[in-house]
Design a protein around this ligand. Structure first.
Ligand SMILES: *Cc1c(COP(=O)(O)O)cnc(C)c1O
Length: 494
């Protein structure tokens, strides 16, 4: 297998090239040209393995030019010792059939850790093969969680430099503090005056600018991306859906009719990984795409028209405050039967007019695979409250959006089969909102809020969040969205 670009499938590269480059030269995204399909025998073997073993089994199907030793080195480095109880993706069963797949037991308490603990290993191993000693410069646009997870993953990784841009008004106080206090000699953090889409567009423009690339090359440097446009981010996410299936099988669950997966969605990366797991043989029935008030994807799934020309809302689930879902491009490539010309045309429409409409055929396929729903902040808070009162389970704001839309799905369809719900962050990352859902009490600081939330609910504060209280702020830079390039040059000293 090889990787091809969604906008020009005649471009064919190896895994190492796709991962180290991040994005294809003409702006397309890399996707595998073939997927392995697992059978019952594969799943029986996978079920016997621990998470590290499952990750190796799955990932070797995607890392075509990595040796067995290299895969061992990468996966062991990523998942041994960095997650609670060495279990990166445990399931909590809530009620009869809601399996909350808790993806926040890593160093930054959000699901991004599952991919970003591994990506630095994949990237540096790839760079050794294809980039002959050039320093890798990671540019990140973040709505909060990616930034911290990437900083933590790349902190002091030799021969890399990492720069993170976040929207100054678009992240929670805890997320901001997590990033601004990041340790490491090779890390740089800057807020921008704008929203996440501005940050993402800015990074993409720098990334694909030939003059900038040439200047880096003169200095023996090369850009890569830690955003979910990088295939190295998506492959690790496929693993936990396969692992969740195995865990349910070992629990003796009857999954003959398949199960549903609900994902709180922003950039469409996490839910795309769930789709790829289905493509690889996991019996997934419906993929349920949950959005907050920024419901561009809900409308797209229901109408076939993608339209970002609408108000942008800052919500209490900030990691989903996105109007341009980059990874949808990969899904469109799938649904169009790998029609690179059609995808390129749609992306051009989106860049120029902020909108595109898919063919009726694609629209039908999309609504067969996906159910789209959304909820606002008020419903999010009510869902947190209800879940806690009914089941004693405390979830964060993003997971609550997923739970709310899942309820809508069951109500609309009557389908109550087993369901996996991606729980994407610790409630303590969004402690203010979560506290307001379960208590009338208020605190003055972030950390008092966290302690109050603990005393009100009995749910422990994760260690990485506790440790932040005494962390020193190292960064308090803010720039115009038009000045991102000069921030990059300054940080790199070129
Ligand atoms: C990033 C993030 C999301 C959205 O995931 P996508 O892959 O961008 O769709 C949801 N919840 C949390 C907590 C996140 O950090």
């Amino acid at each position: 297998m090889n990787y091809i670009s969604t906008r020009d499938k005649s471009i064919k590269v190896t895994a190492a090239k796709a991962i180290s480059q991040g994005i294809s030269v003409e702006g397309g995204l890399f996707v595998p040209d073939t997927f392995s399909v697992f059978d019952d025998n594969d799943f029986a073997q996978l079920t016997k393995l621990d998470y590290v073993g499952r990750a190796k089994y799955v990932l070797k199907n995607f890392l075509n030019d990595f040796s067995e030793e290299e895969i061992d080195y990468c996966v062991n480095g990523a998942y041994k010792g960095s997650f609670d109880n060495d279990q990166p993706a445990p399931i909590s069963l809530v009620g009869k059939n809601a399996n909350l797949l808790e993806l926040w037991h890593g160093p930054t308490c959000a699901f991004k850790d599952l991919a970003l603990q591994l990506l630095p290993y994949l990237l540096t191993t790839s760079a050794k093969k294809v980039s002959d000693g050039k320093k890798i410069v990671i540019l990140v646009a973040t709505s909060g969680d990616t930034g911290k997870a990437a900083l933590e993953g790349f902190c002091d990784v030799p021969n890399t430099e990492i720069l993170v841009f976040y929207p100054s008004e678009g992240v929670s106080p805890m997320q901001k503090l997590q990033m601004d206090s990041q340790k490491g000699e090779n890390v740089h953090v800057c807020a921008i005056k704008g929203n996440f889409d501005d940050a993402q567009t800015g990074v993409k423009n720098i990334f694909t600018n030939d003059q900038v690339k040439a200047k880096l090359l003169e200095n023996n440097m090369q850009f890569s991306s830690a955003n979910s446009i990088n295939w190295g981010r998506l492959a690790p996410q496929i693993v936990y859906y396969i692992s969740a299936y195995c865990d349910m099988l070992s629990r003796g669950e009857d999954l003959k009719d398949g199960f549903n997966i609900v994902v709180p969605t922003g950039n469409f990366g996490n839910i795309l990984a769930a789709y790829y797991a289905k493509k690889m043989g996991v019996p997934v029935n419906k993929l349920i795409c949950a959005s907050n008030a920024n419901n561009v994807l809900t409308d797209f799934i229901n109408t076939g028209k993608y339209d970002r020309n609408r108000s942008f809302f800052t919500t209490i689930s900030p990691s989903m405050d996105i109007l341009i879902s980059s990874n949808l491009e990969r899904m469109l490539f799938e649904l169009s039967g790998n029609d690179d010309k059609a995808v390129a045309a749609m992306q051009k429409e989106l860049a120029e007019n902020g909108t595109f409409t898919v063919s009726q055929e694609i629209n039908e396929k999309m609504s067969q695979l996906f159910f789209g729903g959304c909820c606002d902040d008020k419903a999010t808070i009510e869902t947190i409250k209800e879940l806690f009162q009914k089941y004693g389970y405390l979830c964060d704001t993003h997971t609550a959006v997923a739970m709310n839309v899942y309820k809508q799905y069951v109500k609309t369809t009557g389908d109550d089969r087993a369901t996996v719900i991606a729980s994407t962050a610790s409630p303590y990352k969004f402690a203010n909102s979560v506290l307001s859902a379960v208590s009338d009490k208020k605190a003055d600081s972030e950390f008092q809020t966290a302690r109050l939330l603990m005393s009100e609910t009995g749910v422990q504060i994760p260690e990485p969040i506790k440790a932040l209280e005494n962390a020193k702020v190292r960064f308090n830079n803010i720039c115009e969205k038009t000045d991102m390039l000069s921030v990059v040059y300054k940080a790199l000293g070129i």
